[in-house]
Ligand binder design. Sequence first.
Ligand SMILES: *Cc1c(COP(=O)(O)O)cnc(C)c1O
Ligand SMILES: [Zn+2]
Length: 435
Amino acid sequence: MTQAIDATTHHHTHATFDKLKCKECGTEYELQAKHVCEMCFGPVEVTYDYDALRQRVSRETIEAGPNSIWRYRPFLPVQTDNPIDVGTGMTPLVNARRLARQLGLKKLYIKNDAVNMPTLSFKDRVVSVALTRARELGFSTVSCASTGNLANSTAAIAAHAGLDCCVFIPADLEAGKVLGTLIYNPTVMAVKGNYDQVNRLCSEVANTHGWGFVNINLRPYYSEGSKTLGFEVAEQLGWQLPDHIVAPLASGSLFTKIHKGFQEFIKVGLVDDKSVRFSGAQAEGCSPIASAFREGRDFITPVKPNTIAKSIAIGNPADGVYALDVARKTNGNIESVNDAEIIDGIKLLAETEGIFTETAGGTTIAVLKKLVEAGKIDPDETTVAYITGNGLKTQEAVQGYIGEPLTIEPKLDAFERALERSHTLGRLEWQQVLV
Ligand SMILES: *Cc1c(COP(=O)(O)O)cnc(C)c1O
Ligand SMILES: [Zn+2]
């Protein structure tokens, strides 16, 4: 793999990433398309030259960069000065005053990746990095095992970059997620099985077809993209870290990489050292990490998912033990909520902040509420809740749980009568009048 060898000659390039290193046994590898250690089968991770980073990067150099994740390029595992930039990242950090008041918190922010570009989920971050790296490693066909959002991102960004694309999804995904992939015209394999079965199939295809699977053989590069969710929050808070974060857990990767992002900013002196508490959110119908946390176990027992929160329905989470470790060592928590609570979470965020999130975001808000009510988030803590996806993609989840339009004749008196009734009746009663 000549491209991998090029990538190691970083002394002559702008690269600040060094090598791949096993998270378990520490064995080091060249920067190739590899995700599992040959010695112990542990996951491998990208390492950086932090001394070089400290000298090269400052708040000013970052602020002068593009208005996208690529302002943090020296912290990302790519060499090129021309990454695939489709405007991913730098999503709003919303001061959520009304939701904070409702929950009894003093300072709450929503990191709103429901409006991330180009496909309205945080997955655009990891895919922008993975496909930029895939191109550097010489792949012409890219692929993924997806719970929905990843297929949207991979198909869209591959289209932009002119890469061939074949994505794998479970056959029972929400219509919006399927359509939001097909529109880019990739090959779509709808597998009759759950995500964990899709993932197993893709591991075999990766071994036989030589494709770049963003979350399998390119996973060490892909997962680094999630650090930008940590970087941006630190920068948007005025180069400070929050006290507590709440984020959803599927494989657990996003959660652990936000932590890595904060640690890296501390290491190179961009923010003051501070302990940030990390709390994770799962859906009860797929909560292997929350169960292990609750039971004090340091291993994950896989489950068969059954929840409306399909985007985070991974029964055998690859980074589960590392997510457990982050929650425990930061004095955080990992909680789960049921499907009814998830729907309430979606509605609560919409009604208080005007943000329509998908089921994963509903899970996060419901867990946030649960943790505050249990006294596990202090009202004085500056808290950030990560909203990772858009509600327009999972409309079926809330169908039947929201109001209806007041259908009227195009006449002023019809409007006045309808308005009168809408004032005198609660929304639920009004629905009963209609039927
Ligand atoms: C994939 C996904 C996650 C979680 O991702 P992991 O890194 O696998 O934990 C969270 N939210 C949404 C909307 C997702 O699509
Ligand atoms: Zn190893």
